[in-house]
Design a protein around this ligand. Sequence first.
Ligand code: AMP
Length: 281
Amino acid sequence: MKIISHKREMQQMAKRLLSNGKTIGFVPTMGYLHEGHLTLAREAKRHNDIVVMSIFVNPLQFGPGEDYEAYPRDQKRDEKLAEAAGVDVLFIPGVSDMYDAEMSTKITVVKRNNALCGNDRPGHFDGVATVLAKLFHIVMPDKAYFGLKDAQQFAIVSGMVADYDFPVQLVPVETVRESCGLAISSRNVYLSDRENKQAPSIYKSLLLAKHKIENGATNIEEIKTMVTDYLKSHTDALIDYVDILSYPELQPLEHIQGRVIIAIAVKFSKARLIDNIILDV
Ligand code: AMP
């Protein structure tokens, strides 16, 4: 596995690979790798000649008071895990390399942003879109792999790729979970023992909603209340949101029909966790 830490070197390598007829599968991450990231890498390996994974904790997508400084980092461990998952090129740029000059243009997300995490984290998705626009130009992937744990991110990035005709195919990958159902996340390390025991209730509440809907429930408020009550009685977490929207448009619905996302964000003492399920009703 080759490790590259400068964007121009990465771009030169991508050009060489493409001119040699190789296909590039890309897995953008913020590192502290876990089974979720590694599943994306293995999926990329199955369908591309070369897998490029980036590790970049992007300051643009963190708001004031969020965990940019504290975000878990362990490059040596990540290198071993990435290599074992079949990553060919690990791209780990520094912040000053990625943002080496003051920007003269701005990417602002105007759709699918005024819901869910877009409300709680102003500017977050502008930062995500900006870094991915740059990474797509640097890595020049044929396909890029994203986890549906961040379903809003996938919807927003799909919008940007369509808007600006990026020649990349986005591939969604199902959320990878612990055996208890908890969605795997780099931020799970922030959970106390007590919170760790409570956190599987997030997915359990989603399954409860799924079950209700599959048995014919269509009233959104009723299901949101049920999920909220379940979370309140099974965890100490503060609830940022419980919502049911159309997917991928993320529009409010009169009642449950079509493709819908049931999405949750909760705050434990040090970790804000998100999870969702997407259903075709
Ligand atoms: P992050 O490092 O958290 O920015 O995540 C990088 C990529 O991995 C994103 O596309 C995430 O959606 C994806 N990802 C993170 N956690 C999981 C998971 N548990 N299952 C599947 N994909 C995930």
